[in-house]
Design a protein around this ligand. Structure first.
Ligand code: HEC
Length: 84
Protein backbone atom coordinates (compact mmCIF):
# COMPACT_ATOMS: atom_id res chain seq x y z
CA UNK A 1 0.00 0.00 0.00
CA UNK A 2 2.67 2.50 1.03
CA UNK A 3 4.76 1.37 -1.89
CA UNK A 4 1.90 2.09 -4.22
CA UNK A 5 1.54 5.60 -2.86
CA UNK A 6 5.22 6.32 -3.47
CA UNK A 7 4.84 5.35 -7.10
CA UNK A 8 1.68 7.33 -7.56
CA UNK A 9 2.63 10.56 -5.81
CA UNK A 10 5.25 11.99 -8.23
CA UNK A 11 2.86 11.56 -11.15
CA UNK A 12 0.03 13.28 -9.28
CA UNK A 13 2.28 16.19 -8.29
CA UNK A 14 3.47 16.54 -11.87
CA UNK A 15 -0.11 16.60 -13.08
CA UNK A 16 -1.05 19.29 -10.55
CA UNK A 17 1.96 21.39 -11.60
CA UNK A 18 0.88 21.05 -15.21
CA UNK A 19 -2.68 22.20 -14.48
CA UNK A 20 -1.41 25.08 -12.39
CA UNK A 21 1.00 26.14 -15.14
CA UNK A 22 -1.80 26.23 -17.71
CA UNK A 23 -3.96 28.38 -15.49
CA UNK A 24 -1.12 30.82 -14.96
CA UNK A 25 -0.62 31.19 -18.71
CA UNK A 26 -4.35 31.71 -19.28
CA UNK A 27 -4.50 34.33 -16.55
CA UNK A 28 -1.52 36.26 -17.89
CA UNK A 29 -2.89 36.57 -21.41
CA UNK A 30 -5.78 39.03 -21.59
CA UNK A 31 -8.55 38.68 -24.21
CA UNK A 32 -7.08 41.73 -25.97
CA UNK A 33 -3.68 40.11 -26.22
CA UNK A 34 -5.15 36.85 -27.50
CA UNK A 35 -7.10 38.77 -30.15
CA UNK A 36 -4.00 40.74 -31.11
CA UNK A 37 -1.98 37.55 -31.51
CA UNK A 38 -4.74 35.87 -33.48
CA UNK A 39 -5.70 38.75 -35.80
CA UNK A 40 -2.48 40.69 -36.26
CA UNK A 41 0.08 37.96 -36.89
CA UNK A 42 -1.20 36.55 -40.17
CA UNK A 43 0.72 38.97 -42.43
CA UNK A 44 3.72 39.85 -40.25
CA UNK A 45 5.26 38.91 -36.94
CA UNK A 46 3.83 40.16 -33.68
CA UNK A 47 5.19 43.63 -32.90
CA UNK A 48 6.02 44.46 -29.29
CA UNK A 49 3.34 46.60 -27.63
CA UNK A 50 6.00 48.98 -26.31
CA UNK A 51 7.23 49.80 -29.82
CA UNK A 52 4.53 52.39 -30.59
CA UNK A 53 2.48 54.98 -28.75
CA UNK A 54 -1.26 54.68 -28.35
CA UNK A 55 -2.00 57.12 -31.19
CA UNK A 56 0.17 55.12 -33.60
CA UNK A 57 -1.44 51.82 -32.60
CA UNK A 58 -4.80 53.43 -33.14
CA UNK A 59 -3.90 54.22 -36.75
CA UNK A 60 -2.37 50.82 -37.42
CA UNK A 61 -5.31 48.96 -35.94
CA UNK A 62 -7.67 51.01 -38.08
CA UNK A 63 -5.64 50.40 -41.24
CA UNK A 64 -4.76 46.75 -40.70
CA UNK A 65 -7.77 45.57 -38.76
CA UNK A 66 -10.36 46.21 -41.43
CA UNK A 67 -11.88 42.76 -40.91
CA UNK A 68 -12.24 43.32 -37.17
CA UNK A 69 -15.31 44.63 -35.36
CA UNK A 70 -15.11 47.87 -33.35
CA UNK A 71 -15.34 45.81 -30.18
CA UNK A 72 -12.33 43.71 -31.21
CA UNK A 73 -10.33 46.80 -32.16
CA UNK A 74 -11.07 48.34 -28.78
CA UNK A 75 -9.84 45.23 -26.96
CA UNK A 76 -6.65 45.03 -29.02
CA UNK A 77 -5.96 48.72 -28.51
CA UNK A 78 -6.57 48.28 -24.80
CA UNK A 79 -3.88 45.64 -24.67
CA UNK A 80 -1.37 47.49 -26.87
CA UNK A 81 -1.78 50.88 -25.20
CA UNK A 82 -1.82 49.77 -21.57
CA UNK A 83 1.93 49.09 -21.48
CA UNK A 84 2.84 52.74 -22.13
C1 HEC B 1 -3.80 41.78 -44.34
C2 HEC B 1 -2.43 41.67 -43.84
C3 HEC B 1 -2.15 42.37 -42.49
C4 HEC B 1 -2.79 42.18 -41.29
C5 HEC B 1 -3.92 41.20 -40.97
C6 HEC B 1 -2.15 43.08 -40.35
N1 HEC B 1 -1.13 43.78 -40.96
FE1 HEC B 1 0.14 45.10 -40.08
N2 HEC B 1 1.24 45.23 -41.80
C7 HEC B 1 0.89 44.63 -43.02
C8 HEC B 1 1.89 45.00 -44.01
C9 HEC B 1 1.87 44.55 -45.49
C10 HEC B 1 2.81 45.85 -43.37
C11 HEC B 1 4.03 46.51 -43.99
C12 HEC B 1 5.12 45.52 -44.20
C13 HEC B 1 6.00 45.41 -43.00
O1 HEC B 1 6.80 46.29 -42.76
O2 HEC B 1 5.85 44.41 -42.24
C14 HEC B 1 2.40 45.96 -41.98
C15 HEC B 1 3.08 46.68 -41.01
C16 HEC B 1 2.59 46.93 -39.72
C17 HEC B 1 3.22 47.79 -38.75
C18 HEC B 1 4.50 48.61 -38.93
C19 HEC B 1 5.67 47.75 -39.26
C20 HEC B 1 6.60 47.48 -38.11
O3 HEC B 1 7.42 46.53 -38.24
O4 HEC B 1 6.59 48.17 -37.08
C21 HEC B 1 2.43 47.76 -37.63
C22 HEC B 1 2.66 48.49 -36.33
C23 HEC B 1 1.31 46.86 -37.90
N3 HEC B 1 1.44 46.37 -39.17
C24 HEC B 1 0.30 46.60 -37.01
C25 HEC B 1 -0.75 45.70 -37.23
C26 HEC B 1 -1.81 45.42 -36.28
C27 HEC B 1 -1.97 46.07 -34.91
C28 HEC B 1 -2.62 44.48 -36.85
C29 HEC B 1 -3.90 43.87 -36.26
C30 HEC B 1 -4.98 44.82 -36.07
C31 HEC B 1 -2.05 44.16 -38.16
N4 HEC B 1 -0.92 44.94 -38.35
C32 HEC B 1 -2.56 43.23 -39.05
C33 HEC B 1 -0.17 43.81 -43.24
C34 HEC B 1 -1.09 43.37 -42.28
Amino acid sequence: MERNLLLWLPGALGFLAFIYGCQTIAREMSPGEMLYRAKCSSCHNIIEASRYEKEEWCLYIDEHGEKMTDEEKRMVLGYLAETD
